[in-house]
Design a protein around this ligand. Structure first.
Ligand SMILES: [Zn+2]
Length: 151
């Protein structure tokens, strides 16, 4: 059986909101998605990749929007993964030679890296309403990236 997740991660990779903010955000997310099977705060010691599963279409250069070949992207991911976590070092992309961390690349659907996430399994709300996203950002005090994962 397949599942869907809505996972909120900080747009600035590695940010971890303090506990009162995390708790308030969890509470509000439960109100926004009351039929979710499970909503949890995820805290990690190592920089972790939050992928979108089968919602993945492509990865593009944020500077020139050219698609980055899967092999090149996989090389970046492999090189960056050290000691069970990602370093988020900057790598030159083949299209224009600009340097980006894996978190800065343009993922379709969105994906990203972090030490903190708020994740709802089978939230049953479709897309997260933009007002709700803004509200969660205010509660957590940071900009968020919304990842829709389908497995
Ligand atoms: Zn480029």
């Amino acid at each position: 059986m397949s599942s869907d997740w809505i996972t909120l991660i900080p747009e600035k990779a590695g940010t971890v909101p303090d506990e009162p903010r995390r708790f308030a955000a969890l509470k509000r997310f439960r109100e926004i998605a009351p039929d979710a099977h499970e909503i949890e705060v995820i805290l990690l010691e190592k920089m972790t990749f939050f992928d979108c599963g089968s919602n993945f279409i492509s990865v593009k250069c944020p500077a020139c929007s050219v698609e980055i070949p899967t092999n090149d992207w996989q090389d970046i991911m492999n090189t960056d993964y050290v000691d069970e976590g990602f370093m988020l070092a900057e790598y030159s992309v083949p299209c224009c030679g600009n340097y980006f961390t894996p978190h800065m690349l343009f993922y379709e659907g969105p994906q990203g890296f972090g030490l903190f996430a708020l994740s709802a399994r089978n939230p049953n709300i479709g897309k997260l309403d933009s007002n709700h996203k803004r509200e969660m950002e205010e509660i957590l005090g940071i900009e968020l990236r919304v990842i829709y994962q389908h497995i």
